[in-house]
Design a protein around this ligand. Structure first.
Ligand SMILES: C[S@@+](CC[C@H](N)C(=O)[O-])C[C@H]1O[C@@H](n2cnc3c(N)ncnc32)[C@H](O)[C@@H]1O
Length: 383
């Protein structure tokens, strides 16, 4: 079923240490995101132009962007509204005919940003805690210029797609300034970074539009276990490929917060993206990583893939990239759970593909037994 040349391109991509970005991939640094090169080779090897690719845990939208530029239709689901925001900006970046307008706008706006000037405070967001941990003497100047930028943006346009692109420029810059930084940059450095990010995102958008084609993409902010409630999306076309990376068992990845000074969490990304959050980590990670036996996690995986199974056909292939905090029991359990959901593993070339992921900021629960910097690529077909 799997041709040898299919798998050798995937093996090369899995082994590659090259940092591949391009298109709109670098619009945000989504935690635990795919290597775009690996996603690209998997999509090229296991689907054809015009096929449908599904990602039930789309995160930062890597699968969808690669599917789209390769001429595949793509549907993504994710429980996080931040994921939907990012994926839809990456799939609908600023149109080319608006580049010069926003290039002028962003330069004029940057001249106006000044942490000593008044700004209308976003009181609703503040009252709901979205600016938590952004008010100490190093963070308040950045918070204030973010507020000023958002206020100017509201006056600049009513076009939601354009607004979201500019929010994403701000989001990327604010992540750089606030997330896991020991020293918070000053306002001048923030402004320089903002213009640098705007320019690189415009280049990415140009690259994306140049490869554009008329394949369709859809991003849905819902949990994977309700995919089967959307059968209308799959009537004419079932997924040829499900390419995804669910939350990893027992591994702590903070998808939905920034960690100010490396430890104090802020939900500010949702405020900047104008999308509501309101959930704790276990909501996005499928349960508490310290729960014995990870029963919530595994029942979530089962329900999610059982739902995916209902929209697949006999030809669908499911490819997942996963890491484990304790492979010994979690990998067999994961494979059993996939079987309960209606999928059976197959191993191309009779050897599972593992890859090292350097510099990952993950925390496994089981001290000393962590293998979380190693990822495995699992292949399944329908039973
Ligand atoms: C490892 S990340 C995916 C990263 C993605 N492959 C990328 O390249 O950016 C896992 C995602 O699963 C999402 N998630 C967690 N529970 C979910 C659920 N029940 N249904 C759908 N998505 C869920 C999280 O919000 C997170 O975005």
């Amino acid at each position: 079923m799997v041709k040898e040349n299919n798998i050798s391109a995937v093996l090369d991509a899995a082994a590659s240490k090259k940092r591949v970005s391009g298109f709109t991939h670098d619009f945000y640094n989504y935690p635990a995101r795919f290597s775009p090169l690996l996603a690209r080779e998997i999509i090229k090897s296991f689907s054809q132009p015009g096929d449908l690719v599904l990602d039930p845990f789309m995160g930062g939208g890597t699968t969808l962007v690669e599917a789209k530029v390769l001429g595949r239709h793509a549907i993504g689901f994710d429980i996080s509204s931040l994921s939907s925001f990012l994926s839809s900006v990456k799939l609908n970046p600023l149109p080319k005919n608006r580049f010069s307008f926003y290039s002028n706008w962003v330069r004029t706006t940057l001249l106006e940003l000044n942490c000593h000037k008044d700004v209308k405070r976003p009181t609703e967001w503040i009252s709901k805690g979205y600016q938590r941990n952004l008010s100490n003497k190093q963070t308040w100047p950045i918070r204030k210029v973010i507020e000023q930028f958002l206020e100017s943006l509201d006056g600049a346009t009513n076009d939601e797609l354009e607004k979201n692109f500019m929010r994403c420029v701000l989001l990327k810059t604010s992540q750089w300034a606030l997330d896991s930084k020991k020293v918070i940059p000053n306002v001048q450095q923030f402004k320089l970074k903002l213009i640098e990010n705007f320019e690189s995102m415009i280049e990415g958008a140009e690259d994306f539009w140049s490869s554009s084609n008329n394949s369709l993409t859809l991003t849905i902010n819902k949990p994977a276990d309700c995919i089967h409630n959307h059968t209308e999306l799959f009537i004419n076309r079932q997924p040829k490929l499900v390419l995804t990376s669910p939350p990893y068992p027992g591994i702590h990845v903070v998808y939905h917060r920034w960690q100010v000074f490396g430890k104090r969490e802020t939900p500010a990304p949702f405020w900047i993206a104008n999308s509501l959050d309101g959930h704790g980590l276990s909501h996005y990670a499928m349960g508490d990583r310290k729960q014995k036996g990870l029963s919530t996690y595994f029942s979530n995986i089962k329900n999610s893939f059982a739902s995916v199974r209902k929209v697949c056909n006999d030809d669908t292939i499911v490819i997942q990239v996963l890491a484990f905090s304790d492979i010994k029991w979690q990998l067999p359990k994961y494979l059993r759970t996939m079987e309960e959901a209606g999928f059976v593993e197959f191993i191309p070339n009779e050897q599972r593909i593992w890859r090292d992921v350097p510099n990952r900021k993950w925390y496994a629960h089981q001290k000393g037994r962590t293998s979380s910097s190693q990822e495995v690529i699992l292949f399944h077909k329908t039973m």
